[in-house]
Design a protein around this ligand. Structure first.
Ligand code: 5GP
Length: 121
């Protein structure tokens, strides 16, 4: 797959507010937060979309969720709650083609997320 902005963040070629890093994953604040707390957890391995996951990536995906929960506990919002989602392709709203877990917290989050759109149809 072609290189994305997230590869540059992993390689420290462009700055990011890093919250967590290990040999498999990196977590950093989203540049355009959609909630009081909004960070991304990404694998260091470049995988374009959820559709491109291989059987060998299953543990890696679990690790990304573990990182999200670890940060949530460390920052003290785990009990209050949060949303951890991955967007896939155009209809999913994906803009960066290197899979990433959005972690949103710090306020009650609406559900379902498409409610506003449906109301305006
Ligand atoms: P997507 O739309 O692909 O699900 O999410 C991509 C996310 O990456 C967006 O929330 C966007 O704000 C964030 N993003 C895009 N470019 C950068 C960047 O250079 N730095 C950081 N920290 N976040 C970025």
């Amino acid at each position: 797959m072609s290189e994305t902005i997230f590869t540059k963040i992993i390689n420290k070629e462009i700055p990011a507010e890093v919250l967590y890093e290990d040999e498999l994953a990196l977590a950093f604040n989203d540049i355009s937060p959609q909630a009081p707390i909004h960070f991304l957890v990404i694998p260091k391995k470049p995988i374009a979309t959820v559709n491109d996951l291989e059987p060998d990536d299953k543990a890696l995906l679990g690790h990304l969720y573990w990182v999200a929960a670890h940060i949530a506990k460390e920052k003290g919002f785990a009990e209050q709650g949060y949303r951890a989602v991955m967007n896939c392709n155009e209809d999913g709203g994906q803009t960066v083609y290197h899979i990433h877990l959005h972690v949103l917290a710090g306020k009650p989050l609406g559900w379902p997320p498409y409610q506003e759109k449906l109301k305006s149809i």
